[in-house]
Design a protein around this ligand. Structure first.
Ligand code: FES
Ligand code: FES
Length: 166
């Protein structure tokens, strides 16, 4: 297991070598210390499913899983992810969540949807039978500017009911 890179060892303008596992694939990258994870994912790895909206940690559009936990990738520096396992929306194969969004009509422009799917996936990974309230709680960092939340509320109810039957 690799050691985290110490911020004090980083030099402005000098690249740092990092290793990441993204959606099960290993990468070795040379990055400037000032680069955010979201930019490395989108620009270097071409994983554009992770969105940037506010860019300052308020909307959740850029959410990814870091070692299974949801984080805003616009607030995460790439060097902080040395040796970590990252999952982006491209790596989420959970049809239970994505079908719920589609079948409940819980999206319009869809810009917020990858971040919401990631937050729900993170919750379901740690809690296989969440209550509707727990699912609602895990989306408190995700903002949708289109749907009015009615459809999203139906997604949560459906996920809770489906999990209760399992
Ligand atoms: S773009 Fe990261 S939280 Fe809004
Ligand atoms: S569907 Fe457009 S921001 Fe949520």
């Amino acid at each position: 297991m690799s050691q985290p890179i110490n911020a004090e060892e980083l030099t402005v303008g000098k690249k740092a070598a990092i290793r990441l596992t993204v959606n099960g694939k290993s990468y070795e990258l040379e990055i400037e210390p000032s680069r955010r994870l979201v930019d490395v994912l989108r620009c270097d790895l071409d994983l554009t499913g992770t969105k940037i909206s506010c860019g300052v940690g308020r909307c959740g559009a850029c959410m990814v899983l870091l070692d299974g936990k949801p984080f805003n990738s616009c607030l995460t520096m790439a060097y902080q992810c040395e040796g970590m396992r990252i999952e982006t929306i491209e790596g989420i194969e959970n049809k239970e969540i994505t079908n719920a969004f589609l079948e409940e009509g819980a999206l319009q422009c869809g810009y917020c949807t990858p971040g919401m799917v990631i937050s729900l996936q993170g919750e379901l990974e740690k809690n296989s039978h969440p209550t509707e309230e727990e699912l609602k709680e895990c989306l408190t960092g995700n903002i949708c500017r289109c749907t009015g939340y009615g459809g999203i509320q139906r997604v949560l109810k459906r996920l809770e009911e489906e999990r209760r039957k399992q």
